[in-house]
Each structure stands twice: as structure tokens, then as C-alpha cells.
Design a binder for this molecule. Structure first.
Ligand SMILES: Cc1cc2nc3c(=O)[nH]c(=O)nc-3n(C[C@H](O)[C@H](O)[C@H](O)COP(=O)(O)O)c2cc1C
Length: 198
């Protein structure tokens, strides 16, 4: 077994190269990613979110800070993500620790969103029960009316999370199920890279 030591930027550079390719080649939105969180007792839950930033700092998505996932993330900051890009036959798994993005970062992204999406963050108490779709539509109209003549500010209950990865695994589909897997695990100022069997 031969593990290799890689510099800090290597898996991020690899991710970004593949991500750029996915934006050109994939037919579905390649920013859609499965996000797994779990309760403090270890009960997992999973849903899709959209990746809004990927850099050496980590992987960022935005959500409601009062949602089910947020409650889980606040209680247990360990999370995992899985991307699947079927045209390229690539899977990328990320595991790590979550932190909220800064208020400035969340503001900057919020301001870039279409006004309807911004209104939606005020209208929806994500993950809470509601009686009907009509009730939700009524809440949206109320919010529209409230912000009719002014900018829609970011609500304090909405913002980003960043996963700082401890592990990133690249999976490349190959013939006869002889897929290639390379697992990066953080080791000091760099990464240990191991090749895994498919
Ligand atoms: C393709 C796709 C992308 C989504 N992107 C987001 C997102 O970026 N942020 C978000 O809060 N919910 C997003 N959702 C909705 C979530 O999957 C989920 O329904 C919602 O966040 C509530 O999850 P929770 O109750 O576990 O907190 C997306 C759903 C789909 C199908």
C-alpha cells in the first residue's frame, strides 16, 4: 500500500478542473449536490442543495438557518456532500466540518439573487408545516406588498454554510466496474492520498 503526500491545493484544483468541465458537459445542473447532515444522536438526513462557491476555503451553499438541516448542523457540525456528474461518470464525495459564512459573504450572495428568490426567503419558514399551497402563496403576496417600494434585505435567518473538508474522494467510472477511486485525507498542511478498490 503506498500512500502519497499531496500539497494543500491539490484536491481543490482537481475539483475545480472537473467542475469547470461539468459546467460545459453535463446536461443537468452540476451545482446540485446531495448534502448529508445528522442529529447529535447520529440519525442522518439527506437532501439536495446548490453549490454556490468552491475554493481552497471549502464548499459553500445557502439555506434557511431555522430549517431542519440547520438545526442538525448547529447541533452536529460534521457533514458530507456527494456530487454525481453522469455524463462524465464522476462522483466526488466531501466530508468535513461546517461553519456559517460571514454576514458580509451571505449579504453579497443574497444581493446577487433575483428579487423573487429574495422575497421567497422572507415568505417561507423552511421545513415548518403549512396548511396549504394557497396559504404559502398568500404569505408570498404579503411579503411582496411589504417590500414593494424598497430593496429586499437578507433576513437574519438565511445565509450560507461552508464545509471545510477533512476528506475528498474522486471516483471515475471505468469499464468492468474497475472504477478509479482516490481518497484525499487531510494530514497537517497537506493531504494523504490513497487509491481505493472500487
Ligand atoms: C436540485 C435542488 C436544489 C436545491 N437547492 C437548495 C439550496 O441550495 N438550499 C436549500 O435550502 N434548499 C435547496 N433545495 C431544497 C432542499 O432539498 C430541501 O427540500 C430544503 O432545503 C429543506 O430541507 P431540510 O428540511 O432538510 O432543511 C434544493 C432542492 C433541489 C431538488
Amino acid at each position: 500500500m503506498t500512500a502519497r503526500i499531496a500539497p494543500l491545493d491539490e484536491p481543490f484544483t482537481r475539483f475545480l478542473e472537473l467542475f469547470e468541465r461539468a459546467k460545459k458537459e453535463e446536461t443537468h445542473d452540476p451545482t446540485a449536490v446531495a448534502l448529508a447532515t445528522s442529529t447529535m444522536h447520529g440519525r442522518p438526513s439527506l437532501r439536495m442543495v446548490l453549490l454556490k462557491e468552491a475554493s481552497f476555503q471549502g464548499f459553500v451553499f445557502y439555506t434557511n438557518y431555522q430549517s431542519r438541516k440547520a438545526a442538525e448542523m448547529e447541533a452536529n457540525s460534521q457533514a458530507a456532500m456527494a456530487f454525481y456528474w453522469p455524463v462524465m461518470n464522476v462522483q466526488i464525495r466531501v466530508e468535513g466540518t461546517l461553519d456559517r459564512t460571514s454576514a458580509e459573504e451571505s449579504d453579497a450572495y443574497f444581493e446577487s439573487r433575483p428579487v423573487g428568490h429574495r422575497l421567497g426567503t422572507w415568505a417561507s419558514e423552511q421545513s415548518r408545516e403549512i396548511d396549504s399551497a394557497a396559504e404559502l402563496a398568500r404569505r408570498f403576496e404579503e411579503v411582496e406588498e411589504r417590500f414593494k417600494d424598497r430593496e429586499v434585505p437578507r433576513p437574519a435567518h438565511w445565509g450560507g454554510y461552508r464545509i471545510t473538508p477533512e476528506a475528498i474522494e474522486f471516483w471515475f467510472g471505468r469499464d468492468n466496474r474497475m472504477h478509479e477511486r482516490e481518497l484525499y485525507t487531510r494530514a497537517g498542511n497537506g493531504w494523504t492520498v490513497r487509491r481505493l478498490q472500487p
